[in-house]
Design a protein around this ligand. Structure first.
Ligand code: GSH
Length: 194
């Protein structure tokens, strides 16, 4: 069974969504990065960047064990293993991947920074405008519900922002409402992780 090392953070909850959506059994192992557990030598063998989350799959490619860090990579790995949520055509597959990377890099990084530096607010608002505009023409990020949506809801689902009122972005709010109505997404937000 897959071991998921996670914390109650935006990054930590994304793998829960894909594991639940694909009915993949997993053990949830709580790891609090604030206590330094993510820098212990045993954990660094699994997540060499010392970041939370990570997974260990004893039944990886060719039956060999695999460990993976980075929530986007974990989403892609479980999607690939279960052959779901990766896009419905080659064209759409790349559309999903494009949004996955945009969300993993620009959006995730900027919003994390906003927690620390007030002057990044403008940058986050630019990203929100782009996302709000995209979601005015698209139900989900890339065609059908996909791992790109799971990537995004990890950031926007349960976390308020001190400096930005998301109600200013009605298409994003519409998409958030659709997403949190999905039981696996709701579970990823509400599951207690201590
Ligand atoms: N890009 C990574 C970010 C992971 C990340 O920054 N995790 C935080 C917890 S939410 C962490 O491990 N922080 C502790 C540290 O950086 O030492 C991902 O998407 O998984």
């Amino acid at each position: 069974m897959i071991d998921l090392y996670a914390w109650k953070s935006a990054n930590g909850r994304r793998p829960i969504i894909i594991l639940e959506e694909t009915n993949t059994p997993y053990n949830l192992i709580s790891i609090d990065p604030h206590g330094g557990a993510n820098k212990e030598p045993e954990y660094l063998k699994l997540s060499p960047g010392g970041k939370v989350p990570c997974i260990v799959d004893p039944d990886g490619p060719d039956g060999e064990p695999i460990h993976l860090m980075e929530s986007a990579a974990i989403l892609e790995y479980i999607a690939g293993k279960t052959k779901q949520f990766l896009g419905t055509s080659i064209q759409n597959k790349w559309e999903v991947k494009q949004w996955l990377f945009y969300l993993a890099t620009n959006v995730s990084v900027s919003f994390s920074n906003l927690n620390h530096a007030r002057d990044l607010e403008k940058q986050c608002r630019v990203l929100l405008e782009a996302i709000n505009s995209h979601l005015s023409k698209n139900e989900y990020f890339a065609g059908d519900y996909s791992i790109a949506d799971m990537m995004a809801i990890g950031r926007f689902g349960a976390f308020g922002f001190d400096f930005i009122d998301l109600d200013e972005y009605p298409n994003l709010v519409r998409w958030i409402d659709v997403m949190v109505a999905r039981p696996p997404v709701k579970k990823s937000i509400e599951l207690p992780i201590n």
